[in-house]
Design a protein around this ligand. Structure first.
Ligand code: ADP
Length: 398
């Protein structure tokens, strides 16, 4: 039984094939630079003797449909499947499910139409996700295809937490509210933590921190998300690689007036030129760490700001949760950056968080517990696996 998970971006498709019984990853791969002359595709897998192998194709791939054809031919060459049509299910990551989708959903024409209607809320992501979905249906019309939404885990957030204090009609007419993102990752690590701590998921209270290029935090109460740091779009909340996170909205009007910047320029500035990059000129946390070690003051400031913002959210979510069983770090930064974890959790003893600097001194390829033994709140590092979570959700539906 095999389930393929597709994550379709505007010019790339990431994919992973799972054995649906054991959840073993059979193949992972990527098709990049779709629509350009130098597009390429590669897959990684192990042969029957456990040896790691890689197959590549360098050729112009004009669109997502052509991308899936190349993926199919690489998978056939790997001998792991005979054809995409033999799959038991295909799961698609879809970024925005709006208020419509709170669960993984079998895709049909009506669902496609509803995802299309949500494009104004995710103009960069939903069209690319749809390209992948439509191409995949053309290829394998008989294989069940499931949409798994990044926003779904946040669908239980209560109204007092998802509403913005704007005129009510902006919500009713334009759908302006907090939706939240990275839901699949927050959900996955919360479930893994519940298993590790031997707490029933329906009783788990956790603060989850997904820290990658995009970064967000969630408050999970009794296994359900009750608040999250990203909002209508992924721009709100934590400081990110190139996104500013929380700012005073009046900064936008101020800059428009004094610099004559229009909406598109401001959008570009806040999404692409801000965050860590805006402060120190770099958005790669590894390089920023090196720059700071070499005395770069702006890099040091960027790191301080990054951890300070996380700390504020830990405080806020501790307050709304009242009892916290654990903090969980994940994502490229959360799993690997020892300093960021340490600085975000320092001096939080008043919240019951006793951080163990020595236990923290590792990158995490598997679950790490980084709190002192007598810490009321456990601090865990759990590598995320959004693709596996999507495959699990697909299996539960088909
Ligand atoms: P994305 O949101 O693009 O999926 P990732 O979860 O891959 O992002 O995280 C990317 C971030 O993780 C980058 O800032 C990168 O520098 C950082 N990162 C990756 N490995 C390390 C490491 N060993 N130490 C510190 N930061 C790391």
């Amino acid at each position: 039984m095999k389930i393929l998970v597709l994550n379709s971006g505007s010019s790339s498709i990431k994919f992973q094939l799972f054995n649906a019984k054991t959840y073993e990853s059979l193949v992972s791969g990527i098709i990049e630079q779709i629509g350009e002359n130098d597009s390429h595709a590669k897959i990684k897998f192990r042969d029957e003797n456990g040896k790691s192998l890689e197959l590549k194709r360098d050729k112009a791939i004009i669109d997502h449909k052509a991308g899936l054809e190349v993926m199919n031919s690489l998978l056939i060459e790997s001998k792991i499947i005979k054809d995409l049509r033999e799959l038991d299910g295909i799961g698609h990551r879809v970024v925005h499910g709006g208020e419509k989708f709170s669960k993984p959903t079998i895709i049909n024409d009506k669902v496609i139409h509803q995802i299309e209607k949500l494009i104004p809320l995710a103009p960069l992501h939903n069209p690319a996700n749809l390209d992948g979905i439509k191409s995949s249906i053309e290829h394998c019309p008989k294989v069940p295809q499931v949409a798994v939404f990044d926003t779904a885990f946040h669908s239980n957030i209560p109204k007092h937490a998802y509403m913005y204090a704007l005129p009510y009609e902006t919500y009713e007419k334009n759908g302006v509210r907090r939706y939240g993102f990275h839901g699949t990752s927050h959900h996955f690590i919360a479930k893994e933590a519940a298993k590790y701590l031997d707490i029933d998921m329906s009783k788990l209270n956790a603060i989850t921190l997904h820290l990658g290029n995009g970064a967000s935090m969630s408050a999970v109460k009794n296994g359900k998300c009750i608040d999250t740091s990203m909002g209508l779009t992924p721009l709100e909340g934590l400081i990110m690689g190139t996104r500013c996170g929380d700012i005073d909205p009046a900064i936008i009007f101020y800059l428009a007036r004094v610099e004559g910047l229009n909406i598109d320029k401001l959008d570009n500035m806040l999404n692409k030129k801000s965050g860590l990059k805006g402060i120190c000129g770099n958005n790669d946390m590894r390089e920023i760490g090196e720059m700071a070690k070499n005395g770069d003051e702006k890099a040091k400031l960027a790191l301080e700001m990054f951890s300070y913002r996380i700390k504020k959210y830990i405080g806020a979510y501790s307050a709304v949760l009242s009892r916290v069983d654990c903090l969980i770090f994940t994502g490229g930064i959360g799993e690997n950056d020892i300093e960021i974890r340490k600085n975000s959790c320092s001096e939080l003893e008043n919240l019951g968080i006793l951080f163990d600097v020595k236990a923290n001194n590792h990158r995490a390829s598997e679950l790490l517990e980084i709190n002192k033994k007598n810490s009321k709140v456990k601090v865990l590092v759990i590598p995320t696996n959004e693709e596996l979570e999507i495959a699990l959700q697909v299996k539960s539906l088909i």
